[in-house]
Ligand binder design. Structure first.
Ligand SMILES: C[S@@+](CC[C@H](N)C(=O)[O-])C[C@H]1O[C@@H](n2cnc3c(N)ncnc32)[C@H](O)[C@@H]1O
Length: 186
């Protein structure tokens, strides 16, 4: 996991478009498998908001950030609310990785609307849509196909741009997976 967070994950997030100095939102960050590499990339002048309702996971993330001296990470513990306590047009890139299957349709709509509000013009929204009908169906995505997920995001003010497939982290394992990059329509 250390190798993922400090090397492979860094390469992966660079490939999908995360850059030095950026402000990144990692919604549903968990223990930081993506927040940590994002913080390494953005550096001391950037910022990574790691939002999660699981405060234990966020504590683990915070300990790792302290150990690695990643001062750009801001863990934000919530009660699961989808309204983001972030300024309008303040974020360069948002990651929503392996989270959407937790949320009901109306909740996902609130989240997309909020992410749209906080992203800058033309900014990146990157999604790892796990547990759809064709990929270990689970919870709110058990009857939802990938195309329908892409459509609901496009209907919320984003254009689908690119799919990146690679070995990536799912829970605590490296697996073949694809993330989908969208651009905010202004
Ligand atoms: C399967 S984990 C994925 C963690 C991380 N994104 C990754 O890919 O390694 C899903 C995370 O989303 C969080 N989550 C789910 N619903 C949430 C909500 N409404 N608000 C904040 N976090 C949420 C969970 O607590 C959990 O940590």
């Amino acid at each position: 996991m250390e190798r993922w967070e400090q090397e492979k994950g860094v390469r992966f997030l660079r490939k999908i478009g995360i850059r030095k100095g950026q402000t990144v939102l990692d919604f549903g960050s968990g223990v930081g498998h993506y927040s940590i590499p994002a913080a390494i990339i953005v550096g001391i002048r950037g910022r990574v908001y790691a939002i999660d309702k699981d405060h234990n996971d966020l504590n683990k993330l915070e300990q790792k950030a302290i150990f690695l001296n990643l001062v750009s990470i801001r863990p934000i513990g919530t009660s699961g609310e989808l309204r983001l306590d972030l300024e309008d047009k303040s974020i360069d890139a948002a990651l929503i990785y392996d989270v959407l299957h937790y949320l009901k349709k109306y909740e996902r709509k609130i989240l997309y609307t909020e992410v749209h509000r906080v992203l800058k013009s033309n900014a990146l929204l990157s999604i790892y849509p796990k547990h759809t009908a064709e990929d270990f169906p689970m919870w709110e995505f058990r009857n939802m196909r990938l195309n329908a997920v892409i459509k609901e995001i496009q209907d919320s003010g984003f254009i689908f741009e690119k799919k990146y497939c690679n070995k990536i982290i799912h829970y605590d394992w490296l697996t073949q997976g694809c993330v989908f990059n969208f651009k905010k329509i202004n």
